[in-house]
Design a protein around this ligand. Structure first.
Ligand SMILES: [Zn+2]
Length: 98
């Protein structure tokens, strides 16, 4: 894949389990916060935040996939969860979507 940019949005290519804790699922969206050269593992220089555990991890280019254009979503009127436009009910709270 092409250049990975700071501030760019990507999808995580594979699940990551760190110390028994799932920190990324395949397909999780992440934003590259900075590029931090890692002397021990030079490929793992892209710093991203795992919202699951609220910690930052360094991934490699192979671990990141392009997001493509932002997916269209419908915000839930109750909880503001972004939902796929094809679903009728909010995946989070079950409210009927507009
Ligand atoms: Zn909702």
């Amino acid at each position: 894949m092409g250049n990975i940019e700071v501030g760019g949005e990507y999808r995580v290519a594979r699940p990551f389990v760190v110390l028994g804790e799932l920190v990324f699922k395949a397909g999780d969206r992440v934003t590259v916060e900075k590029i931090d050269p890692n002397p021990e593992r030079p490929a793992n220089r892209y710093v991203v935040l795992s919202e699951r555990v609220n910690k930052r991890f360094q991934l490699s280019e192979q671990d990141l996939l392009p997001c493509g254009p932002p997916a269209r979503t419908v915000a839930c009127p109750i909880c503001a969860e972004p939902n796929d436009p094809l679903v009728r009910h909010c995946v989070k709270c079950g409210a009927l979507l507009p």
